[in-house]
Structures are given as structure tokens and as C-alpha cells.
Write a protein that binds this ligand. Sequence first.
Ligand code: NAI
Length: 301
Amino acid sequence: MSHGTSPPRTSFHILGIVGTGAMGRGIAQIAAQAGLTVYLHDLRAGAVDEARDFIAGMWQRGVHKQRLSEADAERYRASLKEAASLTDLAECDIVVEAIVEKLEAKQSLFTELEKILGDQAVLATNTSSLSVTAIASACRRPERVIGFHFFNPVPLMKIVEVIPGLRTSAHVADDVEALGRAMGHFTARTTDTPGFLVNHAGRAYGTEALRILGESVADPATIDRIMVDQGGFRMGPFALLDLTGLDVSHAVMESIYHQYYEEPRFRPSPITRQRLTAGLLGRKSGEGFYRYVDGKPQVDE
Ligand code: NAI
């Protein structure tokens, strides 16, 4: 892990985000704060406006709390632009994708982007668990594809994994690491292995908690409380699953399990598969292991 004491420079000036959900909007926020021009693109109509409103709301709160000047908030707001189609990303020198956690979707997006962007542009994936090398294998320029994996919520979780694939060039990795630092994050350079560092280590936390639940040892709120109060974790495993969203978490569990050739210790839980089928995704659907009212979990004391 490395970080500098003075704000490091970045060679990137125009950054594109594809997928403006929970992660894309957070990455856009910190990129704008680092002085970059940010183009936002999403498949769903209205998603970019929602993301811009959300980010502007975060800055407005900063102004109210006197952590940010009105002039800075206005400058940041002006640096967020909509890319109505992928071709509007043509000038970007880096595009970070935060779309669905599916290999084919990410590969097809990057092959499309390669036709649009300049030869020197970097394609970065925020994948939680997919192989960066496999995503890059569909590309004409795999040396310019890299993993750039942030955590939720991005502005608060000040760490990012920088994951070169097997064919990523060393200077691309250095440039992207410098960008991560310029965005105010600690950077952890990891190898391209299933789940990288954090989601590999995190398997024990999530899947074991699901086994405990599956054996009816205790309910989610009790397990979470023990892990926070006694285990010293900032968030219990079920609160974390709700924050991440089961659509993402279950996909990550399955991906890591299969990449390790069905190694039993990574086996996903039938509990998450069933709850996913029922649409109990977590905060984003209003109910997961907890129910949410105005974004706040309802926990019986
Ligand atoms: P999300 O569901 O909140 O947002 C995904 C967005 O991508 C949606 O707005 C959707 O309309 C858009 N989208 C889907 N396919 C698209 C396409 N082909 N082109 C353009 N837009 C498209 O998902 P979230 O949670 O932001 O996750 C996104 C990625 O980030 C996934 O790869 C996930 O594994 C990864 N990630 C998620 C974390 C989390 O805690 N939620 C943490 C770290 C990484």
C-alpha cells in the first residue's frame, strides 16, 4: 500500500464513467474533486441525471457543513457532463466501467469503447471479482486494460485496488495508481487473482456468517452486533451484504468460487441465491436482511 503526503499529479484529465449506479457515481464524485472533467454514461434513461443530482447533493451538504466552498461545489458541478452515447466518450483519456458484474457485458463494453477512444486511452474496470486478464482478452489493446477497484461508499472508503492483468503495461499501472492517489485514496497494487485482496479476504467474513445463519445459530442482527461490538469490525456481514446489494455480492461469491475450481471454502450460500430470486437485494430494493425506511435499517432492540 502506498500514498503520498502532497497531492500527486495525474496524467489523466478527462475521465469517463460507464454505469452511474452506487459505484460509478462515487468514482465520478472523487474524480471531479481531483480536478478531472468527468463524462457520465448509463444505459438506463434518467440514470445520469439521478447520479448528477445525487453527487451535487453530497457537495451541497459539504457546503452546509462548511467543509466545501460554494465556488468549489460549483466548479465540481460544472465538471460533470453527460455522455448520451458511448461515442460522447471519445475524448476521454481513461474510462472506468462500473456496470453489471458479468464478464461478457464488460468485454463487450470494452471492445465497443476501443473503437471509439484514442489508442492511448486506458480502460479501467471496477470489477469486484472478475479476471482483469479475461476482460482484457477480448480487447485489441490488452496492455491498456486494468482493474481499478473501489469500495462502497467510494468517497468514504479511501482505498482502491490497482490490478494489472497479465498483459497490462507497467506504465499504465503506474499512471492509474497515481490517479488513485490524486483522487485522495490509498492504493493497493494487487495481482489479478480471484477477488484480488479485499474480496478474497472478505470471503471468510461473508460466507461463514451465511453458514452460521443457515445453521440457525443466530439471526443476522445478532451476528452483526457481535462482529461489530466484539469483533471490532465497522460493519457486520449482513449489513455489508445489504449495502453492497445481493445482485453484486452473490455474483462475486459465484465468480470467486468458480475461478477457484469449486474449492469448498469459497462455496456460495443457497440463502443469498434464494433471497436474490425474491428481489431482497438490500438497501437498493428497500429490504434485504434488514428493512430500510428512508435509507435507515429497522433493527429491533
Ligand atoms: P449498480 O446496480 O448500482 O449500478 C450499475 C449501473 O450500470 C446501473 O445504473 C445500470 O443501469 C448500469 N449499466 C448496466 N449495464 C450497462 C451497460 N452495458 N452500459 C451502461 N450502463 C450499464 O451496481 P454497483 O453496485 O455500482 O456495481 C457496479 C460494478 O461495481 C460491478 O462490477 C460491481 O461488482 C462493482 N463493485 C460494486 C461494489 C458495491 O459495493 N456495490 C463494490 C466494488 C465494486
